[in-house]
Design a binder for this molecule. Structure first.
Ligand code: MYA
Ligand code: FAD
Length: 666
């Protein structure tokens, strides 16, 4: 009986939607074709028993890893059999939803060769990598240094006699430590090492190094290699073989140094090409951009689970003869709907960042390097902002699901454990925000010298105006005007940037100022990145948005995103005199009415993500809302429930119980 009622809750919820959900699905997917590919790949994976994933939390590490290998091999077989395009194959891997060595092979090894290899090197290595005749990883981080790439210790010393490099790990801390896919699967790695010729250190560069035999997978001579051990959470990221690696004078031919940025001639002369040396960091720019796109996936997944469950779950009160749906509590809405809005916001900023990355890549090919610093700042900042918010949001969604959110069958604990390292890998989020702050300080300091800020910093051209313009809100409805909101976020970012720049100028050495003011600099960078997300959401809404009611829903979500940020960072807005307390209070009223507007559409807004139950992997987030019977089913599948009397009863429970009986008799 109760189960049927739960199903009814979601049917009823869906009937309340005030917009064309199919049109919204296409907006979310980024186009009709993207939707069709994504939908087809999601179903393909969901219907294949090899891709089952509901047992991950109870497999031991060895079984878990072997199962990941099986899935990756099966995915590859399906990709070949079905002749899938690159786009389809990458979607298929995405829906398999299990971190694996293939992520690093396709996501970093191939891109680093593409970005840092010469044409000859690309011709030699990429076909083998595309056919998976070799498996590669990205070996940069060491035991002693991750964030500080210039501090890496591994050496690549040129031996002119044999025309070879000698790759060596001179200290314990120079061991490579963390690279995904390295521990067990990879046959090759791009290793970042210090280039030494003729006794001189020329800084870091990438080198292609074979690690294991292509015949029997044994490590090659001079290579010490293994897995770094269990990581956070049970199943979670432990499907990945993050590894360690030490080199004992391993020799590689000279042409295995990636030579797009620097070359070493036969005589051992180092030649710097005309591309900026920062291109050595280019793969990180690429991956940070993909991480931003992925953030909206992880966030929307958690939000989908929490929203559906909040509509099914009832506690206290009375609503048409039932207790109240928890989604109707204002507190639940004020925690959940900003996260729903953030999922859409991150989707659109991710789309824009992909465009920015393509644009900078095309410019680089045409030898225009002018937008590289901005691309670095945007990818670093948005990677930091979106992953931090998403990690916190997954945890908030767990709490929004009450006690049942803590069960593995809710899908949220595993999602959190898999996702949270995104705040650290590909650049620690604080270290990356400091890069953004550095870029902003440099941009402001160059304003006087006639250097024009570009792209996302163009607003700083209107600095004088932004430093003193009052916020244009007289009545509550003014808070719904996009230009008012964007200008407010610009003013807040500009004022915080200038205040920090002034404080920095008081230090005789800029590095000292940077150290002392680093916490403030992080706040400045955050404000700038939030401005980017808000303005890209607003820009998206200026495009043609087809589908009945779709634009109105997105407008409401855009306002929720911006106004909830305003509420969260009220201190910034008040202390920079960007708004008055009266205006803040009006913003709060508007937020409440926006929540009421979104409420009847909430289930349809998460349905628009088009996630299969397989991908969601959550009893609480099931499409049919049939939560309670399925929670029982999942509980009964637990190995502890295999026998009525537990293993260990005779050894450990019975003696205790008997002793208690004896004590009682005394
Ligand atoms: C489909 C695929 C899916 C794939 C998913 C993959 C799965 C994911 C799985 C997980 C996989 C996880 C995999 C992994 O985790 S791989 C390992 C990732 N590691 C990191 O991210 C390390 C982070 N550290 C750094 O990037 C550098 O050390 C930083 C930047 C911190 C300092 O650097 P440095 O010590 O050199 O000092 P500097 O600050 O003076 O900077 C000097 C100049 O360089 C410019 N600059 C700096 N950086 C960049 C840049 N990037 N592009 C362009 N320019 C850049 C900078 O603006 C400055 O310019 P200027 O002001 O002098 O003009
Ligand atoms: C799951 C996972 C997968 C990974 N995969 C790979 C991979 O495939 N290949 C690879 O090469 N690496 C990989 N890494 C390594 C990863 O890139 C690094 O861990 C990351 O760049 C952070 O560097 P770190 O560990 O040195 O952190 P640290 O820099 O030691 O950070 C420790 C603390 O110090 C703070 N800190 C550091 N520097 C500063 C500063 N200048 N100012 C203020 N605070 C600072 C940080 O904010 C942090 O709080 C992976 C890591 C993880 C967790």
């Amino acid at each position: 009986m109760e189960a049927e009622a739960a199903v009814d809750y979601l049917v009823d919820e869906r009937s309340k939607a005030q917009f064309d959900i199919d049109a919204m699905k296409i907006i979310w997917a980024g186009g009709k074709h993207e939707f069709e590919v994504s939908d087809r790949m999601a179903r393909l994976v969901a219907s294949d028993p090899v891709f089952r994933k509901d047992n991950r939390a109870i497999l031991d590490r060895k079984e878990l890893f072997k199962n990941t290998l099986r899935k990756a091999a099966h995915a590859w077989k399906r990709i070949i059999e079905l002749r899938l395009s690159e786009q389809e194959a990458s979607k298929l891997r995405f829906f398999v939803d299990e971190p694996a060595y293939t992520d690093l092979h396709w996501g970093m090894f191939i891109p680093v060769i593409k970005g840092q290899g010469t044409e000859e090197q690309r011709k030699k290595w990429l076909p083998m990598a595309y056919r998976m005749q070799i498996i590669g990883c990205y070996a940069q981080t060491e035991l002693g240094h991750g964030s500080n790439v210039q501090g890496l210790e591994t050496t690549a010393t040129f031996d002119p006699e044999l025309d070879e490099f000698v790759i060596h790990s001179p200290t314990l801390t120079s061991s490579k430590w963390w690279p995904g896919g390295l521990g067990r699967a990879s046959t090759h790695a791009v290793v970042f090492a210090r280039l030494i010729t003729d006794g001189k250190d020329h800084g870091i560069n990438g080198f292609i190094v074979q690690l294991r035999s292509l015949d029997d997978h044994l490590p090659l001579p001079g290579i010490i290699i293994g897995d770094i051990g269990m990581k956070f959470g049970n199943g979670a990221y432990n499907t990945m073989d993050n590894g360690f690696l030490r080199f004992d004078h391993v020799r590689i031919p000279r042409d295995q140094m990636l030579m797009r940025v620097k070359q070493v001639t036969r005589e051992g002369k180092v030649v710097q090409s005309d591309v900026p040396w920062q291109l050595l960091y280019g793969t990180m720019v690429y991956v940070r951009q993909t991480i931003v796109a992925d953030a909206s996936c992880a966030l929307s997944r958690a939000v989908c689970i929490a929203t559906r469950y909040s509509a099914v779950r009832r506690q206290f009160g009375s609503q048409n003869g039932h207790e109240t749906q928890v989604i109707d509590y204002r507190t639940q809405q004020s925690r959940l709907f900003p996260l729903l809005a953030s999922a859409y916001a991150f989707r659109f900023v991710g789309e824009w960042l992909k465009w920015l990355y393509m644009d900078v890549t095309q410019r680089l090919q045409a030898r225009d390097f002018s937008t590289l610093p901005e691309a670095h700042a945007c990818t670093a900042g948005l990677k930091s902002l979106t992953t931090s918010v998403t990690a916190d949001a997954i945890e908030e969604c767990r709490k929004l699901c009450g006690g049942h959110g803590y069960l593995c069958s809710s899908g949220l604990p595993e999602l959190f454990a898999v996702y949270v390292p995104a705040c650290t890998y590909e650049g620690d989020n604080i270290v990356l925000l400091l890069q953004v702050a550095r870029f902003l300080m440099k941009t402001v300091s160059q304003l006087g010298s006639g250097e024009r800020p570009v792209g996302t910093t163009t607003y700083l051209l209107r600095l004088e105006h932004l430093l003193q313009c009052p916020c244009d809100v007289q009545g509550a409805e003014d808070w719904l005007k996009p230009d008012v909101v964007v200008q407010l976020f610009e003013a807040r970012s500009a004022r915080m940037t200038v205040a920090c720049a002034k404080s920095l100028s008081k230090f005789s050495k800029p590095e000292d100022g940077f150290m002392d003011l680093s916490a403030d600099l992080v706040s400045v960078a955050t404000a700038h990145c939030q401005l980017i997300v808000v303005s890209k959401f607003v820009e998206k809404l200026q495009q043609d948005i087809p589908g009945e009611g779709v634009k109105q829903q997105l407008e409401a979500l855009c306002s929720i995103y911006a106004l909830s940020l305003l509420k969260k960072h009220l201190g910034d807005f008040l202390s920079t005199s960007c708004i008055t307390s009266k205006q803040a209070s009006l913003a709060n009223d508007v937020l409440r009415s926006l929540y009421s507007q979104v409420r009847p559409n909430a289930i349809a807004l998460v349905d628009a993500f088009n996630y299969t139950d397989h991908f969601l992997g959550s009893v609480l987030g099931r499409y049919d809302g049939n939560v309670y019977p399925k929670l029982y089913e999942e509980a009964l599948k637990d190995p502890l429930n295999e026998s009525v009397v537990p293993d260990g009863y005779h050894e450990y429970l019975q003696p205790v119980l008997k002793q208690r009986l004896r004590t009682a008799r005394l």
